[in-house]
Ligand binder design. Sequence first.
Ligand SMILES: *Cc1c(COP(=O)(O)O)cnc(C)c1O
Length: 391
Amino acid sequence: MTNEYYIENDKKYIANTYKRQNVVLARGKGSTAYDVDGKKYIDFTSGIGVNSLGYCNENWVSAVCAQAQTMQHTSNIFYSVPDVLLAEKLCKATGYSKVFFANSGAEANEGAIKVARKYGTDNKGKDCVNIITLKNSFHGRTIASLEATGQDVFHKNFYPFTGGFRYVPINDTAALEKAFDNTVCAVMIELVQGEGGVVAADKDFVKFVYNFCKEKDILFIVDEVQTGVGRTGTLLTSRQFGVIPDITTLAKGLAGGLPIGAVLMNEKTGGVLGFSDHGSTFGGNPVSCAGAYAVLGELLDKGVLEDVSAKGDYFRKELMAIPAVEDISGLGMMIGITLNDKYKAADIAAKCAENGLLVLTAKTKIRFLPPLNITKEEIDEGLSIFKNVLG
Ligand SMILES: *Cc1c(COP(=O)(O)O)cnc(C)c1O
């Protein structure tokens, strides 16, 4: 079967919700992928920041296969080994005291929203349910996480929502103060807006939000679904902003390519949800947890995390030398590239794929989210294709 067969039948049988590149990926190793016809691609996408160790990292594969051969699932009415091991490692490495495991970023944010509303109503009465989020944010596609997402383009056609969200522009402290009243239980933000175009929040703004939440006794929630797990050079990006949120959500890169979401909670929030307040059939799946444990092992114990900042700097230095590149945003290996406006990001991404390089877009920018263990050779090979495409 050729690429064309799969593309045709994808269009025929799979709901048409994705604007896909013209590529049928079949296998990969490290940061190099191959399509069904055997064509090679350097991959600067890691899915969308999911394959944090690239394709088929050996230790990750062993851990996942071993768990699949031992026990693939059990209900959350029983304890299970991989969940406990992962939870302990994750809490110790991040400084959080408890975690709830979900299956995706949207679900992790739903969990955070539930904690915030219960915290508000437990402590401040039944009307304390509103959450302030940022304009241009992205928090997921479920109805509540979609409503939390401060972008009208995603909202249209999906009303009615449940209510309970207020939006303020990023870095606008006055708007935040104005949006606050006694019915607000939390502020939820991304530190670098990913889908919004790789837009980093100002450090001063983030510190302001942190102090504001503390002062008002409301929860500070940081959505690190995209920025977390080493993506920006530290395990959590909040450390680089000098804040410790009451809740951090993780997903994308956490299990290295398997579905997982995590709601990390501190002393204040860890006890808010009690028996039967929340749950998930698949949450804490043993195979996903074993994969995540292996990812943390590679990042923290095998030195992968140490090199992320330097690799990000190298990308930025090389990119700045390309005449078509006007500006670079983001942090570490979360890279947004503004091209000269004679280029259209979507066209460049398609042209890159034709030439053997996989890249993402974010709004009008090109976005790179390479595997965290990408080699210098793979970076150079990919960047040389990128340069050629830009002429
Ligand atoms: C991708 C993303 C989500 C949604 O994650 P899903 O796993 O697709 O539900 C939420 N928040 C941020 C910041 C994201 O980048």
